[in-house]
Design a protein around this ligand. Structure first.
Ligand SMILES: Cc1cc2nc3c(=O)[nH]c(=O)nc-3n(C[C@H](O)[C@H](O)[C@H](O)COP(=O)(O)O)c2cc1C
Length: 312
């Protein structure tokens, strides 16, 4: 029997179906990582009509994340600042829940390293996550772009990134795991760094990119300097990250060609923003902050806009 949620919010249409990295999605609107960090709400989120859900970031061991307060709403800018710090229950409870995931739902596993693991051995944490999760998820995302784990983003530099991705790819081969492997990147990378990423994509043969995570920039906020300082460090999401996130997608699409799988996330606060992201070059999209501000009907409204766009 369909849930009430599903009856009200789930919007299905054959024309919305989309194949991404070999996965057959009912539509191309996903829930971004960090919302269902522990895979606790797959059933209700699936009922709302998401085409796919990315769980995590999960780290091998449970960790508490940063002290509260660590999440701040900035409604005047349609934004959030968070410094959650990969708070999560670790692999084991997630796996138990994934065993009961909704039938047919596409689930991505967004994986990270524990705070106490130094960058030099970070690959072991990613390997542990792959090993534990590969029977239970449909795709993997290597997250090295969160601003809230000290030094994590240093792994986006050319040499460390290539080493990490080579190791991760080797591990997948050893496990005979066939899931697509995507890399999630920050919006704060320079065009030069994005060029390096494009080279690494070719060298390592990863399957796709998720762009982007939150930004450390505060440039696009209209609130006072005092309030910004009071909030303190963290990743900014929502409207202020949209322009750069769209630019990153556009850059990657231009560099990597028409066929390379791109997942666009960052600043989708309206159905029009979602269409913009697709026009910028994203194959599929994800939402987080927009979903918080707009509520459960957001997915349906975006899908209706996408339908209109593809039917034009
Ligand atoms: C509270 C919060 C927690 C997040 N946690 C994660 C996370 O654990 N892993 C991750 O890859 N991204 C995480 N993100 C980033 C989002 O997945 C997304 O990339 C970013 O917020 C930009 O999209 P948006 O503007 O639609 O929110 C988090 C974002 C927020 C606001």
């Amino acid at each position: 029997m369909k849930s009430l949620f599903s009856l009200i919010f789930n919007f299905r249409d054959k024309r919305l179906e989309y194949e991404f990295c070999g996965m057959k999605l009912p539509n191309r609107v996903g829930l971004a990582a960090g919302f269902d960090k522990n895979a606790k709400a797959l059933h209700p989120f699936s009922g709302i009509g998401f085409g796919f859900i990315e769980v995590g970031t999960v780290t091998p061991k449970a960790q508490p994340g940063n002290e509260k307060p660590r999440l701040f709403r900035i409604p005047s800018d349609r934004a959030l600042i968070n410094r959650m710090g990969f708070n999560n229950e670790g692999l084991e409870p997630m796996i138990e829940r994934l065993k009961n995931r909704p039938h047919g739902l596409i689930v991505g596993g967004n994986i990270g390293k524990n705070k106490i693991t130094p960058n030099e051995t970070a690959y072991t944490d990613y390997e542990t996550c792959l090993e534990a999760l590969h029977p239970y998820v449909d795709y993997f995302v290597v997250n090295i772009s969160s601003p809230n784990t000290p030094n994590l983003r240093d792994l986006q530099e050319k040499e460390p990134l290539k080493e990490l991705l080579d190791k991760v790819k080797m591990k997948l081969a050893e496990l005979k795991a066939t899931q697509p492997l995507l890399l999630k990147i920050a919006p704060d990378l320079t065009d030069g760094q994005l060029n390096d990423i494009c080279e690494i994509v070719h060298e390592t043969g990863i399957d796709g990119i998720v762009a982007t995570n939150t930004t450390i920039s505060r440039e696009k906020l209209s609130i006072s300097r005092e309030r910004i300082d009071n909030i303190g460090p963290g990743g900014l999401s929502g409207t202020p990250v949209k322009k750069r996130s769209d630019e990153v997608i556009r850059f990657l699409r231009r560099k990597l060609g028409n066929k390379f799988p791109l997942m666009g996330v960052g600043g989708i606060m309206s159905p029009t923003d979602a269409v913009d992201k697709i026009r910028a070059g994203a194959d599929v999209i994800q939402v987080y902050t927009g979903f918080i501000y707009e509520g459960p009907s957001f997915v349906k409204r975006i899908n209706k806009a996408i339908l209109k766009e593809i039917e034009q």
